[in-house]
Design a protein around this ligand. Structure first.
Ligand SMILES: Cc1cc2nc3c(=O)[nH]c(=O)nc-3n(C[C@H](O)[C@H](O)[C@H](O)COP(=O)(O)OP(=O)(O)OC[C@H]3O[C@@H](n4cnc5c(N)ncnc54)[C@H](O)[C@@H]3O)c2cc1C
Length: 432
């Protein structure tokens, strides 16, 4: 690996080397009609396609590149509770009725994913062994305890761990304690994405890859969605383009800031190392502004992730900080070889929550998972499907909102770079 941006965030992902084959798809040619057109072939769009076609709705998915080309095929693959705000904050923001529906959605997310995988026999290496979050100082422990109490009120039991217990679960004594989410876990995200597509196609959905949408027009009660080689007319359009959102829908791009995260995967670790680094294959994250996240793949490769630079192609030096941070937590990995390097765009929103936005009659967008979309994107797809069939803002499992736009969005790269420096300083001070 040299230092001239040779790393392609999608092609070089470990997941590309170990995923199940994608179902056969082709570009859209000619003019079609269906009930619902879905723009974006990631977890959100494909989950919506699956749940819609299971209910007899005719669906056409249009993906600009290949299935899972976006964040879905590059993710760390951790499946967790899915939102950055806790129950109390959600109630304060959305009120009791909508807040409680949302909390229920959040709490059910990991089981929703693992049950779906089980029911449909999706081949994606699921492991539901829990997710641990390590506190970097003892001042973070009361906040984790309060969060656990809040979730307990909603029937969701999280475990509080002291430093020794966290060390037992994760193998590192670097942390002061932590929170453990037993229903969380991990999966192979590209396989999961491709398998959702396969299941959606088996239920009747049509999926076209290499079919970037470059036109969207309203014609009375229908929408005409066009690509370079064809078009689809439908009553409903779902926009599921997340951090890869372009200028198709006015104002949508300004509601998300694409922040890069980089990941690397080790050689398969020896049994000895695996006994001391995340024994029991828990997934692990530290509680920092710029989080460090860990998990194993099915072959015993340790996958670790960190924030990245503000571009889509990566180079060797983009991983230096990550390597240093990993050794700080697991010094026994000093001689470990890192075989895979990749990364992608995480869609951040101003509220730090995803949004479900009815843009116009028949046109809906859902995105902005702030790094937690493997579970929540899957869940959002189901909610999109339910709400397309029987729309009701009052009963939606996810609040229907108008997302805030980022002022000066076109300068977001400079803004994110400054924020990263500020967060790094805060993290440094927090660890003293
Ligand atoms: C490096 C990394 C690590 C992550 N780790 C985790 C994790 O461990 N756990 C977790 O929960 N989340 C994680 N995430 C976030 C998670 O991957 C995403 O939230 C989730 O995959 C979003 O799915 P999606 O379908 O909404 O979007 P995406 O998967 O990004 O799909 C959007 C798709 O839209 C397509 N598209 C865009 N414009 C057009 C157009 N005009 N026409 C047609 N298609 C178009 C793109 O090509 C893309 O394939 C991570 C993300 C990254 C990048």
């Amino acid at each position: 690996m040299n230092n001239k941006y040779p790393i392609d965030g999608s092609r070089d992902a470990l997941w590309m080397a170990t995923a199940v084959a994608a179902p056969p798809t082709a570009p859209l040619h000619g003019d079609k009609r269906c009930d619902v057109t879905i723009i974006g072939g990631g977890l959100t769009g494909l989950s919506a396609a699956l749940h819609l076609s299971n209910q007899g709705v005719s669906v056409c998915v249009l993906e600009a590149a290949g299935l899972g080309f976006g964040a879905s095929g590059r993710a760390g693959g951790q499946v967790n509770l899915g939102l950055n705000l806790g129950p109390r904050q959600l109630i304060d923001k959305f009120g009791v009725d909508q807040g409680e529906r949302l909390i229920d959605t959040v709490v059910r997310t990991p089981d929703h994913v693992f049950s779906l995988i089980n029911e449909l026999s999706l081949q994606c290496d699921p492991v539901q062994n829990g997710w641990a979050q390590g506190a970097v100082n003892s001042r973070q422990l009361p906040g984790q305890a309060a969060l656990a109490r809040e979730y307990e009120e909603y029937g969701c039991s999280l475990e509080l761990l002291d430093g020794d217990e966290l060390a037992m679960r994760t193998g590192t004594s670097r942390y002061k304690g932590g929170l453990f989410v037993p229903m969380a876990g991990s999966l192979q995200p590209l396989s999961y994405t491709r398998e959702l597509a396969r299941a959606a196609m088996a239920s009747g959905a049509s999926i076209h890859t290499q079919s970037g949408v470059d036109g969207l027009q309203s014609h009375g009660a229908t929408w005409l969605v066009s690509t370079a080689t064809g078009s689809v007319t439908s009553e409903q359009v779902l926009v599921c383009t997340n951090g890869y959102t372009g200028n198709l829908v006015a104002g949508l791009k300004q509601a998300v800031v694409p922040v890069r995260s980089v990941l690397m995967a080790s050689e398969p670790l020896s049994d000895n190392l695996r006994k001391s680094v995340l024994p029991n294959q828990v997934t692990f994250v530290d509680k920092r502004k710029l989080i460090l996240y860990f998990r194993y793949d099915r072959d015993g490769r340790l996958c670790v992730g960190d924030h990245g630079p503000m571009r889509d192609a990566f180079c060797a030096s983009d991983y230096s900080n990550l390597k240093r941070r990993v050794l700080d937590v697991f010094p026994q990995l000093i001689d470990t070889r890192w075989d895979y390097h990749w990364g992608g765009r995480i869609a951040m929103t101003k509220s730090t929550l995803p949004f479900f936005h009815r843009i116009a009659p028949g046109l809906t967008a859902a995105m902005g998972y702030n790094g937690r979309g493997v579970g929540m994107g899957s869940m959002m797809g189901k909610i999109l499907a339910d709400q397309t069939i029987a729309p009701s803002d009052q009963t939606s499992a996810f609040p229907v909102t108008v997302p805030d736009k980022f002022a000066l969005h076109r300068f977001h790269s400079a803004g994110v770079s400054m924020a990263v420096k500020w967060y790094a300083l805060q993290d440094h001070l927090a660890s003293l």
